[in-house]
Design a protein around this ligand. Structure first.
Ligand SMILES: C[S@@+](CC[C@H](N)C(=O)[O-])C[C@H]1O[C@@H](n2cnc3c(N)ncnc32)[C@H](O)[C@@H]1O
Ligand SMILES: Nc1nc2[nH]cc(C(=O)O)c2c(=O)[nH]1
Ligand code: SF4
Ligand SMILES: [Mg+2]
Length: 210
């Protein structure tokens, strides 16, 4: 296949840059503890300095895989699918999500919201970043808002973002991993004073699973 043919299939979402795909337990947010099949797409230009998957950023380092085959493999393993990255909304998710729905799956996405939504998404985890703010349309669709707390200023940013989501959106504060010993005590105090928030912890890192 020529580069040009690949680019057409990529635009149509018939091929996608896949960094990895794996069956594990959702470690974060409202679905923590549930089995899910993760599809991690390559490519992100949001640039969080503390990102725990910097290897995902350059899309050219990840093979373009056939979307139909990814969907089949995922659905064979589990009917709960988590699309993540990288920034999964950089890509056209129409074909992937349509095929996953036909295969009986429920589709979750982990996103910064920095790109326009595409495809059928059943559960949207929105994790806004100052370096690439969400597109306006995603706020009312967010199922959960997961704000990463790296320093004290992030509580203010969290409140600004919480003011934009719907009433039903579940609000989470999650410490940046390397700051967890310093930030979880602050997050605890903050939640006790502002109980609309809940704590999210990256439990998979304690379980030593992907
Ligand atoms: C790696 S990102 C991929 C999806 C998308 N780019 C995003 O940021 O939402 C998946 C989740 O991990 C969170 N995350 C990334 N690095 C983290 C870190 N060092 N500590 C805590 N959470 C982190 C992100 O905020 C996001 O909620
Ligand atoms: N177990 C597990 N749960 C997760 N929840 C969100 C993740 C992500 O990187 O998007 C993630 C991940 O990488 N592993
Ligand atoms: S938006 Fe997500 S993948 Fe991109 S740098 Fe930030 S945490 Fe990493
Ligand atoms: Mg992760």
């Amino acid at each position: 296949m020529t580069k040009e043919e690949e680019n057409i299939l990529l635009k149509e979402g018939k091929m996608l840059p896949v960094m990895e795909h794996f069956y594990t337990i959702q470690g974060e947010g409202a679905h923590t503890g549930k089995a899910a099949y993760f599809i991690r797409l390559g490519g992100c230009d949001v640039g969080c300095h503390w990102c725990d998957v910097k290897e995902s950023w350059n899309p050219d380092l990840h093979p373009l895989l056939n979307t139909e085959e990814i969907a089949q493999t995922a659905a064979k393993n589990c009917k709960t699918i988590v699309l993540t990255g990288g920034e999964p909304l950089m890509w056209n998710l129409q074909f992937l999500t349509a095929r996953l729905k036909e295969l009986g799956c429920t589709i979750h996405i982990e996103t910064s919201g920095a790109y326009e939504m595409s495809g059928h998404l059943d559960w949207i985890t929105l994790s806004p970043k100052k370096t690439g703010l969400p597109k306006p349309a995603i706020y009312e669709r967010a199922s959960e808002l997961k704000m990463i707390i790296f320093n004290n200023n992030d509580f203010k940013f969290a409140e600004e973002q919480a003011a934009k989501v719907s009433e039903n959106c579940v609000l989470y504060l999650q410490s940046e991993w390397s700051k967890r010993n310093e930030m979880y005590p602050k997050i605890t105090d903050y939640i006790l004073a502002n109980p609309k928030w809940q704590a999210s912890v990256q439990t998979h890192k304690y379980l030593n699973i992907p």
